[in-house]
Design a protein around this ligand. Structure first.
Ligand code: C2E
Ligand code: MG
Ligand code: MG
Length: 714
């Protein structure tokens, strides 16, 4: 026997016939062929089966006592039951056949049937049924997958588009609306260039129109698209590929191309962040001017150009005079606004192609490429000074600003970027120290000065390590008795070739280079060591005054250092007097006042040195815990009793007395000065009249003699 095929064995057959014998024999035959068979002996039975079960094929008798086969066909149709109906009937008229087929029967077989014919018809029907089921499953799957794809495209956060070969939109998802504000329907049929921003057209052509079919067919480019109504733009990372019909026989690839498919991802936020970072890297955020990095970039370019074309260029360094005062007294907010306003005014003075940068603090720098001669730079420098003349109105403060400008011309003042910047900087310092509010070209004189400074700096470093620094002591005496009450420690530099160098010639350099810190430590250490020696030899309970520069006071460990040295040499705090100038206090009042309070709490005395030469007033100093005022030498030397015009000293002494401050007059050189000051009520003096600054040894002898002197009086 032939092996029944799968279509047969899996097929279910319902046989409907009211004639029992017929029904049985059919059932046997069909079952024998391998089908799964059910038999219904009436129309009602058949309906029951159809309601509760599924069948692939139904063999249906037309004439039955309870209902006709047509009724069953109708039932099948109405209930959309998927079953292939083969009518098996004794009806021989044509009408019966056509009616059955019209109603939807699959085939008609006349009784008495030929078994083979019936079986082969059945087999075909079962086949067809199964094919239809398979098809509908595939269709369903396709529908699901298409739905899914549509869903993905429609809900994509990216713009998805298709273009035809002319570059016109044939498809867009709704994302275009949320990102650019276009309704997708208004763009369908439009050329893509409608949405491409001006700067992006070339790249856009590359993405949208070039066709390739090899590995490189997908394209990837950043594009700028226009938003619909505003002049706004958004950035997109756009990738696209040409769409080809796979089954096209056409060998010409161009003809196969049906258009372009693409996806555009909005990267506006990332771009903006990148732009901001780039801006921050090259600009000063306060004034929004280029920063040092950008200026150096431009300068090195300008130098290259100037060198190639044998041209000149200028670098200017500009520093605001006394800006620190604004910052310290009016606060940083006002200081910042002033800097912004200054930046704006400076920009007004520039030519096209010039670069103005803020270097930090109150320093600005300019690069002026392509100048003919010095005079071009002079014109701009004068314009700047002039522009800054008008007062600035910041927060109801009328602020006057002047500036010092240093100018370096390429190639005379330097051929490299670093050399030019340094020269301009040096020229700026030169004018700032002398006159302020003006400009200065870097020239031979400044160059020589710098060289000598550099030499001095190198030598000073060496002096400190080689022990060339000495501390000398100048006595401070009670006017009445000329009894020594203390000494001021003054540093001297014993230069191996130049002899003794006085502090006036190197302290400022030490301050500018930071060398004052190790220098100050050496002086403090030496002075305390000497004092401790004298004390141990019973030479009296004398005071030592030590000078401290602003840079030292600024240090966080300023106080700790002093305390440590005092402890090391077992010197009571009351024996130390710290001398600072008024300018130290004025630099950063809030900070300094705290430090001074701590010193006072420790028992250390504070003296204001060179009083009267700085900016402060006596009433101002009231807030500070000061014990002593040192009246500057210049006022003392102006005392000429015969002329009687000594009002400044008179006023200082009167006010200091009012504030109950101790006073020392500096630089007392003659008896007339001594008498006058005594008369006024200033009881302590320091000056050549009583002694110059001497070495520790000489000072010790002096002390011993002094003891003897007092002893002899006693
Ligand atoms: P200063 O603190 O005002 O010191 C007084 C200066 O006047 C000393 O000059 C002293 O020698 C000089 N002098 C004293 N009596 C007379 C006099 O009768 N007539 C004249 N014409 N001058 C007199 P010196 O030693 O050259 O010191 C200059 C300045 O250098 C000092 O002024 C002080 O500010 C600074 N200095 C000295 N040593 C140090 C130090 O160790 N550290 C710091 N930071 N500064 C120091
Ligand atoms: Mg002093
Ligand atoms: Mg002084």
């Amino acid at each position: 026997m032939k092996q029944p095929d799968a279509a047969v064995t899996s097929a279910r057959v319902l046989i409907v016939d009211d004639e029992q014998i017929q029904l049985e024999s059919l059932k046997k035959m069909v079952a024998l062929s391998g089908y799964q068979v059910e038999a219904a002996a009436s129309g009602m039975d058949a309906i029951d089966f159809l309601k509760n079960d599924t069948f692939d094929v139904m063999l249906l008798d037309l004439k039955m006592p309870d209902m006709s086969g047509y009724n069953i066909i109708d039932f099948v149709k109405e209930n959309e039951i998927e079953v292939k109906i083969i009518v098996v009937s004794g009806e021989s008229n044509f009408d019966a056949v056509t009616t059955a087929l019209r109603l939807g029967a699959y085939d008609f077989i006349r009784k008495p049937y030929v078994a083979d014919e019936l079986l082969s018809t059945m087999k075909n029907a079962a086949h067809k049924k199964q094919l239809e089921v398979a098809n509908s499953k595939i269709r369903q799957k396709l529908e699901e997958s298409e739905y899914l794809h549509r869903f993905i495209v429609a809900n994509s956060p990216d713009v998805v588009f298709m273009l035809n070969t002319d570059g016109r939109f044939t498809f867009l998802n709704d994302t275009i609306y949320s990102l650019l504000g276009y309704d997708k329907n208004e763009l369908i049929g439009e050329h893509y260039s409608v949405i491409v921003a001006d700067g992006s057209s070339d790249q856009a052509r590359y993405v949208f129109m070039e066709r390739r079919s090899d590995d490189r067919k997908s394209r990837h480019v950043e594009l700028k698209f226009k938003c619909k109504d505003q002049a706004e733009y958004r950035y997109f990372d756009t990738s696209s590929m040409s769409v080809e019909m796979m089954d096209s026989k056409d060998a010409n690839s161009d003809a196969r191309v049906k258009g372009t498919y693409g996806v555009a991802r909005d990267i506006t936020e990332r771009k903006q962040a990148e732009e901001l970072i780039k801006f921050q890297a090259y600009h000063d955020l306060l004034t929004r001017l280029p920063n040092r990095t950008l200026l150096e970039d431009r300068l090195s370019l300008a130098i290259m150009q100037a060198s190639r074309n044998k041209q000149k260029l200028a670098v200017m360094f500009l520093d605001l005079d006394r800006f620190k005062w604004v910052n310290d007294t009016l606060g940083h907010t006002i200081g910042d606004r002033l800097l912004q306003a200054v930046g704006q005014r400076l920009e007004n003075c520039l030519r096209k192609g010039d670069t103005l940068a803020r270097f930090g603090g109150d320093e600005f720098a300019l690069v002026l490429p392509q100048i003919q001669n010095q005079n071009d730079a002079v014109i701009i420098a004068e314009k700047i000074l002039n522009e800054l003349k008008e007062p600035f109105d910041v927060d109801d403060h009328e602020l006057y600003v002047t500036s010092s400008i240093g100018i370096a011309i390429y190639p005379e003042a330097g051929e490299t970027m670093d050399a030019l910047i340094r020269s301009a900087d040096l020229a700026m310092y030169y004018i700032k120290e002398r006159s302020k509010n003006g400009y200065q070209f870097f020239d031979e004189q400044i160059s020589a000065l710098t060289n000598s400074r550099l030499t001095l700096e190198r030598e000073l470093r060496k002096a400190m390590t080689d022990g060339q620094l000495r501390v000398c002591y100048q006595p401070q005496v009670k006017a009445e008795t000329e009894e020594i009450v203390g000494f001021e420690a003054l540093v001297r530099w014993q230069h191996p070739e130049k002899g003794v160098i006085f502090p006036g010639d190197f302290i400022q350099l030490a301050e500018e280079t930071g060398l004052i810190l190790p220098l100050g430590k050496q002086v403090l250490e030496t002075a305390c060591a000497d004092l401790s020696q004298w004390r141990s030899e019973g030479l009296g309970d004398i005071r030592i005054s030590i000078n401290f520069s602003a840079v030292q006071v600024d240090q966080d460990d300023f106080i700790e250092n002093i305390v440590a040295v005092l402890e090391k040499y077992k010197i009571p705090a009351s024996c130390l007097e710290v001398e600072i100038t008024e300018n130290v206090i004025m630099r950063d009042m809030a900070h300094v006042i705290q430090k001074l309070r701590r010193l006072t709490q420790l028992g250390i005395k504070i003296a204001i040195d060179d009083f009267g030469t700085g900016y402060s007033s006596l009433s101002y100093l009231q807030q500070f815990p000061i014990s002593t005022l040192k009246i500057d030498r210049s006022f003392v030397s102006s005392i000429h009793v015969s002329e009687g015009g000594t009002s400044i000293v008179d006023a200082i002494v009167a006010m200091a007395k009012g504030l109950k401050l101790n006073m020392i007059a500096e630089g007392v050189e003659n008896l007339a000065q001594l008498e006058y000051l005594k008369e006024l009520g200033c009881h302590e003096m320091q000056g050549y009249l009583f002694g110059r600054a001497e070495s520790a040894e000489t000072t010790k002898k002096l002390l011993m003699a002094g003891l003897g002197h007092t002893a002899s009086i006693a």
